[in-house]
Design a protein around this ligand. Structure first.
Ligand SMILES: Cc1cc2nc3c(=O)[nH]c(=O)nc-3n(C[C@H](O)[C@H](O)[C@H](O)COP(=O)(O)OP(=O)(O)OC[C@H]3O[C@@H](n4cnc5c(N)ncnc54)[C@H](O)[C@@H]3O)c2cc1C
Length: 280
């Protein structure tokens, strides 16, 4: 289908984009277009204006300071997947990026667009929750920081206000020696996650542990049951199998034409086990 007519704006700076957005909160921001354009073509979303932010230099790139990585919201999945510093320190981030869609999707789609869209099957949320990321949001009235754990609020629902733009994602560097990874059971056509599991482990016995899921529920979550079963233990196949058997217990698990809730629950246990086994 063809989208309905829109007014197209191409600001040259973040402040110009914020001005345009504040004057019209029904406008949609356009980054990589890989979620918004399909929705507009299906006329599930018919904004009267589109504000293109895909070319804004202020939103692009990855910087590495002492304590954290800062990823511009307009950075593509491909750029993140190929970043050497992230690959060495936080493979959970580069593995999540590399697992998204296909090469065209990764070359156009951006981390900010994916987070704002908040598809329950998207790959970023689990990796960002597990790594303790914070999001930088800007509006005409100022800036604020929101923890990833507070940002995702439900099915395609976030803490983002209509006049705000995500400008960056800040990911703290974990303690030296931390192992991390992301694995998913992908929907074979789109590669979206039916279940995705991200984990970070440090210390032996385990001092810090984070295990997070996307695709399982309408909102991504950290799994306190699995984490609690691992903390203070030495990773072994037996310890992991016991902890993974608790994955997603007590959660409201999605059911759709791709996977029933019982099958997703089974996959959550399997992918918790596989992800943690990959960190031994
Ligand atoms: C065939 C196909 C396969 C895919 N497979 C996967 C997959 O396996 N895993 C996965 O996670 N995703 C997948 N995706 C989604 C893909 O990652 C998208 O790129 C991503 O979800 C949206 O990013 P975008 O830059 O294209 O955003 P856009 O489509 O441009 O925008 C999406 C939404 O975010 C808003 N937005 C964009 N940038 C910002 C910002 N900086 N601040 C605030 N709001 C903003 C827009 O207004 C819009 O509402 C797939 C998409 C396609 C088409």
């Amino acid at each position: 289908m063809i989208p309905s007519q829109v007014n197209f704006h191409k600001p040259n700076s973040l402040s110009e984009a914020l001005d345009l957005l504040s004057g019209n909160q029904d406008a949609k921001l356009l980054a990589g277009g890989h979620s918004l354009i399909p929705l507009m073509k299906l006329r599930l979303n018919e904004p009267d204006s589109v504000i293109s932010i895909g070319n804004l230099a202020e939103l692009r790139g990855i910087s590495d300071s002492d304590g954290s990585f800062k990823i511009g919201a307009g950075t593509t999945h491909s750029e993140i997947a190929m970043h050497q510093g992230l690959r060495q320190v936080l493979p959970v981030i580069t593995q999540a990026a590399a697992s998204i869609g296909d090469i065209q999707v990764r070359n156009f789609g951006t981390i900010g667009g994916s987070i704002a869209h908040a598809d329950p099957a998207a790959d970023w949320p689990g990796a960002l929750l597990a790594s303790g990321a914070t999001l930088d949001l800007a509006s005409q009235s100022g800036q604020r920081k929101v923890a990833a754990s507070d940002f995702f609020q439900g099915f395609f629902s976030t803490a983002l206000n209509g006049d705000e733009i995500i400008t960056a994602i800040i990911i703290p560097k974990p303690p030296a020696g931390t192992r991390s990874g992301y694995l998913k059971f992908a929907q074979p056509a789109s590669r979206f996650a039916i279940v995705g599991c991200a984990a970070l482990v440090s210390g032996d016995p385990i001092a810090e542990i984070a295990v997070a899921f996307n695709g399982v529920s309408d909102t991504p979550f950290r799994d306190a049951g699995v984490e609690g079963a691992l903390k203070g233990k030495t990773l072994s196949e037996e310890v992991i199998a016991k902890a993974a058997s608790m994955a997603a217990d007590g959660r409201d698990i999605l059911s759709d034409h791709h996977a029933s809730s019982a099958y997703r629950h089974h996959l959550a246990r399997i992918y918790a086990k596989r992800t943690l086994n990959s960190l031994m």
